[in-house]
Write a protein that binds this ligand. Structure first.
Ligand SMILES: *Cc1c(COP(=O)(O)O)cnc(C)c1O
Length: 368
């Protein structure tokens, strides 16, 4: 029996071991541990990568989202529209900024926020939308930016799963007013620990986030803004600079793996992800839909040595943390059905064609 884990971080780190150790050595020698040289260099390189003027490194993706909202002036009394089908951090950022996340349903084909559902949820209190580029597929940004213009709303892209994805030729993060990224180790660009970044073309917003991540100060010991500590660690920035040099190759590899899965799973009893003509899907995870999801998942693990995941099993409106917000089961039928049927297959750049063929064959065996 072959063994195919859902993700394998060891291979990538083994391949980059020398480069990464050298980068870490550099930080050790300079001893510029807090907001050191590698943070500033990485910010410049990541802004370039996204095609934005500014980037501000922070400690994780959740902070990138929360500080974006705060810098845009979103707070108590405001509503922020968020898809129900996402990771908890998208909504939590709005909650922690003091605003109310207003959940809406998603499109059944793309699994991304449905622009029609956004418009239906807009009230006089709405101040922002957080579209998520879920699984690495850009949300429908033209429709979303049109709504933002019409109703005078801020748009914070949750690009935590979509480093390098593009929409109509533009990289995600550069489409909204800010873009938030996570460098959690499993993400398409992941550190050796936590990290995050905000990208934007708005100088004032960038400066506010720069102050807020570092004790609310522009000038040392003069604290004008909320005095948080959300700095990006210099060691992580040094590692991320090394890894950013390889991301285009990793995106290509992910896309090739996805194409092979789609070919081998065609008519195999699962619904494979849909590519849209306007977008480059970067496949943070490869999510198929199958009604017998739980049985298949257990069988793949126990009988075939294949690891899988569910992103995510419980929609946000049914999470205990939001139990007091008045949502009902049945309120977001598309999201609820997705949560029952989605299965994330093994996906990482270093996978082999043999592994992908093995996964596809075992799925066909089980369902056939
Ligand atoms: C990973 C992720 C985040 C948060 O990232 P952290 O760095 O873990 O805080 C936010 N939104 C989405 C959609 C994510 O996948």
């Amino acid at each position: 029996m072959m063994n195919v884990p859902m993700i394998d971080l060891k291979i990538q780190h083994q391949a980059l071991k020398d480069e990464i150790e050298q980068a870490i050595q550099g930080v050790m020698e300079r001893a510029d541990f807090a907001l050191g040289q590698d943070v500033a260099c990485f910010e410049e390189e990541f802004a370039d990568f996204c095609g934005t003027r500014y980037a501000v490194g922070v400690d994780n993706g959740l902070s990138a989202l929360e500080l974006s909202l705060r810098a845009l002036g979103v707070g108590p009394g405001d509503e922020v529209i968020v898809p129900a089908n996402t990771f908890i951090a998208t909504a939590a950022a709005a909650s922690f900024a003091g605003a109310r996340p207003v959940l809406v349903d998603v499109d059944p084909t793309t699994c991304n926020i449905d622009p029609k559902a956004i418009e239906a949820a807009i009230t006089p209190q709405t101040r922002a939308i957080i579209p998520v580029h879920l699984y690495g597929l850009p949300a429908e940004m033209d429709a979303i930016m049109d709504l933002a213009e019409e109703y005078d709303l801020h748009v914070v892209e949750d690009a935590c799963q979509a480093h390098g994805a593009s929409y109509k030729g533009q990289r995600v993060g550069s489409l909204g007013h800010t873009g938030a990224f996570s460098f959690y180790p499993t993400k398409n660009l992941g550190g050796c620990g936590d990290g995050g970044i905000v990208v934007t073309d708005d100088e004032e917003v960038a400066e506010r986030i720069r102050a807020m991540r570092n004790c609310g100060q522009w000038e040392k010991y003069y604290h004008e803004l909320a005095p948080f500590n959300h700095r990006l660690d210099t060691l992580q920035a040094a590692v991320l600079r090394v890894k950013l040099r390889h991301i285009e190759d990793w995106i290509d590899a992910r896309r090739q793996h996805a194409a092979l899965y789609a070919e081998l799973l065609a008519d195999g009893g699962v619904i494979t992800p849909t590519e849209t003509p306007d977008s480059t899907y970067v496949y943070y995870v490869y999510v198929v839909r199958v009604p017998q999801r739980d049985e298949l998942r257990a069988w793949l693990w126990e009988e075939a040595g294949i690891g899988t995941g569910i992103h995510y099993p419980v929609p946000l409106h049914l999470q205990p943390f939001y139990a007091d917000d008045g949502y009902q089961r049945g309120q977001f039928p598309v999201t609820e059905q997705l949560c029952e049927e989605i299965l994330s297959l093994p996906m990482y750049p270093e996978m082999t064609e043999e592994q992908i063929a093995y996964v596809a064959d075992r799925i066909r065996d089980y369902l056939g």
